[in-house]
Design a protein around this ligand. Sequence first.
Ligand SMILES: Nc1nc2c(c(=O)[nH]1)N[C@H]1C(S)=C(S)[C@@H](COP(=O)(O)OP(=O)(O)OC[C@H]3O[C@@H](n4cnc5c(N)ncnc54)[C@H](O)[C@@H]3O)O[C@H]1N2
Ligand code: MOO
Length: 404
Amino acid sequence: MTAALLPVADHQARVLSLLADGSARAPESVPAAGAAGRVLAAAVASPEPLPAFDNSAMDGYAVRAADVAGAGADSPVRLTVAGEIPAGAAAGTLAPGTAHRIMTGAPVPAGADAIVEVEQTDGGTDVVTVRAAREAGSFVRARGGDVAVGDPVLAAGTLVGPAQLGLLAALGVPEIEVRARPRVLVVSTGSELAADPRPELGQIRDANGAMLAAAVEDAGAVAVRRLWVADDVPAFLALLDAELDGIDLVLTSGGVSAGAYEVVKDGLGPRGIEFVKVAMQPGMPQGAGRYDGVPVVCLPGNPVSSLVSFEVFVRPALRAVAGLPRTTRPVVHAALTEAIESVPGKRQLRRGRLDRAAGTVRPWGPPGSGFLGWLAGADCLLDIPADVTAVGAGEPVAVWDLTG
Ligand SMILES: Nc1nc2c(c(=O)[nH]1)N[C@H]1C(S)=C(S)[C@@H](COP(=O)(O)OP(=O)(O)OC[C@H]3O[C@@H](n4cnc5c(N)ncnc54)[C@H](O)[C@@H]3O)O[C@H]1N2
Ligand code: MOO
């Protein structure tokens, strides 16, 4: 039977092309201040020079370099202190043969062309004794010396992070064009899911909805709505029909295996969504296709299967279409702390805990797909190839770092 299983890479490619194909939502203009984590859709050219005015890089004295040219430890030069310029003050004008006391960041007065650091003086307030010569330009941060007007400071495709936000704030850029984030509708299915916080026997709380919505946001997309539907095909299809507007991806969980009430498979199978068995554990039953033109990805209902499937198929595709870097998790190799076995013919993604310092990884919980408690305590996935059935203690395995 395993020969019929679809390789993981095939389903990954299918989900990626489904999302990439026709998903080019128009870029949007957003306030720069709230744009952390977004991706620039257009380059930003600087509207202003940075710094905006010549200013001092040091606390000291603004002088004319020519006036202190002969200064040295044994040949001090005395200058009248004719002004005081704290940061934030307007620049004045320096008369030849005088100095202005100046602070870091304060504007250099017209006529001055160098700063002497306070350490090279006696710190005088009326008259200053200068004990070092300074060349023209010394400790002067020139207007436009960092960024000139029109400089292409940020390229299209840049991920907006702290440094970029700092630059945009410094330049007074109020709005930027960013790539739209994919908008995802998260649908949990199953008549066993209870709306009541204290479910009756036989009913359970919806874990996948909260989990997948958070995973969607973490992947750089927007979980627009989180809905639940019972094992009722007409109700499921009616919900989709009502909610599809403005949605780039419908992400369902549950109802895709071989039972009598597989609402997702029964509802979408006849409507062109393809349901497959992938050579992977957990996460064997999967579905993907378009409903009314909108991409739909159907994940299995077991919570561990659901989140691992999201990691393998959906997260990389969402990040790719959002233009984000690092579409896949960082993969490291670590030595297993204890031996494990794996099912033949299926790529196994076991939960684990990575000790980076020791270079080891510990299997975390059993391989079964219902162990949500163990999943919540794990920080990595052990990636065991389909043709490997056992890995011994101390042997290296590839590990997906879920914290990266
Ligand atoms: N005869 C077969 N049975 C099963 C097969 C199979 O090939 N033949 N595949 C198994 C595998 S593998 C998986 S994975 C599951 C997938 O099942 P479904 O996607 O149809 O999911 P459900 O049956 O709806 O639910 C499975 C399990 O997960 C719980 N669940 C579902 N949704 C949620 C939710 N939102 N929050 C928390 N828990 C949820 C549900 O109650 C079930 O316990 O099928 C195997 N069976
Ligand atoms: O493949 Mo299922 O996803 O065993 O758990």
